[in-house]
Design a binder for this molecule. Structure first.
Ligand code: GAP
Length: 486
């Protein structure tokens, strides 16, 4: 089994995620989160949100559906499309880029005319019926609803959460008392009618994004400070891979915009805190012909999943594109005044794909012990549960003491579980497999001296601690238990 297959199998069996609608035959591009997946996802979201809260960001929550004017202004109606290829014999549809990449063609055409010219000169065959593919067209990725008779325009499902922030700029700026820089975040769903949804959480048709729009004055940008952090790998547009810190990448001009560099650093910090550190992550600059219509520069954080680099975060320089377009289409005033100067702010946008991050975390954490059992080496901060309380016996008062410890910790920490079914070895294995870092075992000795055993998942080392100190430290259980094995 590949790591990907192992991750997908474990995710379904242990309740992280699984394909949606399976009792009706399934529908590609949709996944459900199960009980443990919901917790893992929320812990990842918390790591993302906390980093921005510490930076003074504010957060909003806007609708999934938007009227047509929003996307006419944002340019998505006209430009948010992929080149699609259709087999004229069997009707199969493909994303042209995927077909060409499989055929070893790296120079991907950017419009229908270029694509037609290319297909005149090469032979690309349908993967289903083998016929030669010659038909290429623009396929808009937005989902549109049927127009309601009473309304002037149709509604679209948003392809990114960002527009909900841009169109509220005036209100948000008033709330922020006109100060810049201003970082505004939103966690929500994006919807894209992907031509070929694939690889579970990697290419979905409905997915979570954690986006932050950082509005700043281009003449006084702020975010000048980029702390020294671990070295990372950069793959710039010229394909000359470099190793350096983000601070060096900014100072040397490798990342042109210092504000964008600052948010590459923030992204690196968040990813590292959830177990996606150096060796797993690189930052790749978009090629000119790859940039979205609103972007003048973009660096992706990519995770190495088996041998493939997968984009999980896009950090884009949107300049004043969106605010200018919405000002033009709506008449709203998007101008900031600073003394005599009036200007429309610039924007840098770090956009996290939450689902891809969840899958990446599982894929880089999974390993197999010599005895064949699986372990998820999740950081304590994001594991669904910090600890599981396990009574060695279900009798003689051992269970009563274990339940007492459990309910006492629950008063301050909810990320704990109680498990009394099966042998202790099986219970350890079950917890290892879902990434629980600590098992707290209550035994006959506990009844005598009020002590318990704490077992650490990866080393399987055990230490004995008093129930009093466990209860006293339950308000910061994760750091307390981590410190026992540091
Ligand atoms: N607002 C900018 C924006 O949407 P993007 O690069 O298209 O930029 C940002 O998307 C992130 O959203 C990506 O890095 C990726 O992690 C995630 N994403 C995009 N399309 C996705 C899809 N079809 N399925 C799952 N995640 C997706």
């Amino acid at each position: 089994m590949t790591t990907y297959e192992e991750a997908i199998e474990l995710a379904k069996r242990r309740g992280f995620f699984w394909p949606s609608f399976s009792i009706y035959g399934g529908q590609s591009g949709f996944y459900d989160y199960g009980p443990l997946g919901v917790l893992l996802k929320e812990n990842i979201v918390k790591a993302w949100r906390d980093e921005y809260l510490r930076l003074g960001a504010i957060f909003i929550d806007t609708p999934n559906l938007s009227p047509e004017m929003v996307f006419r202004a944002s340019g998505h109606l006209e430009k948010f499309s992929d080149l699609a290829a259709r087999c004229s014999k069997c009707g199969s549809k493909y994303k042209l880029e995927s077909l060409l990449k499989k055929a070893g063609i790296a120079d991907i055409p950017t419009d229908v005319k270029q694509a037609n010219n290319l297909l005149e000169n090469i032979s690309i065959r349908c993967e289903k019926c083998g016929a030669e593919i010659k038909e290429v067209y623009d396929f808009n990725l937005m989902f549109a609803l049927e127009k309601n008779e009473k309304e002037a325009s149709r509604l679209y499902l948003r392809p990114e959460t960002a527009q909900g922030i841009f169109i509220n700029f005036r209100l948000l700026s008033n709330y922020f008392r006109g100060k810049l820089p201003m970082a505004v975040g939103q966690l929500g769903k994006g919807f894209r009618n992907e031509i070929s949804p694939r690889n579970a959480l990697i290419r979905l048709r409905e997915f979570y994004q954690g986006e932050v729009e950082v509005f700043y004055d281009p003449e006084k940008p702020g975010f000048a400070d980029i702390p020294v952090f671990e070295e990372t790998t950069f793959l710039p547009m010229d394909h000359n891979e470099k190793r350096m810190t983000v601070r060096e990448a900014s100072n040397s001009g490798l990342i042109r915009n210092p504000v964008l560099a600052h948010f590459v650093f923030r992204t690196q910090k968040i990813l590292s805190s959830i177990g996606l550190g150096d060796g797993v992550i690189r930052f790749r600059q978009h090629e000119k012909n790859e940039l979205a219509h609103y972007s003048s520069d973009c660096w992706d954080a990519e995770a190495k999943l088996e041998n493939e680099w997968v984009e999980i975060v896009g950090i884009s320089d949107r300049a004043s594109y969106d605010l200018k377009r919405h000002a033009e289409f709506s008449g709203e005033n998007m101008v900031i005044t600073d003394g005599d100067r009036k200007f429309i702010p610039s924007v840098v946008e770090p956009s996290f794909g939450i689902d891809r991050t969840v899958l990446s975390v599982i894929m880089v954490s999974i390993y197999t012990r010599e005895n064949g059992s699986k372990v998820l080496k999740l950081n304590t901060s994001i594991a669904p549960y910090i600890a599981s309380i396990l009574p060695l016996q279900k009798k003689d008062g051992v269970d009563v003491l274990a339940k007492d410890i459990y309910s006492s910790i629950l008063e301050t920490e909810s990320r704990i579980q109680y498990d009394e079914s099966g042998s202790i070895g099986r219970r350890y294995a079950r917890q290892d497999e879902v990434g629980t870092p600590y098992c707290i075992t209550v035994d006959y000795e506990s009844l005598e001296d009020r002590s318990v055993t704490v077992r650490e998942r990866d080393s399987t080392k055990q230490v004995r601690i008093s129930t009093d100190s466990l209860k006293q430290n339950s308000g910061h259980l994760a750091t307390y238990l981590d410190s026992l094995f540091a």
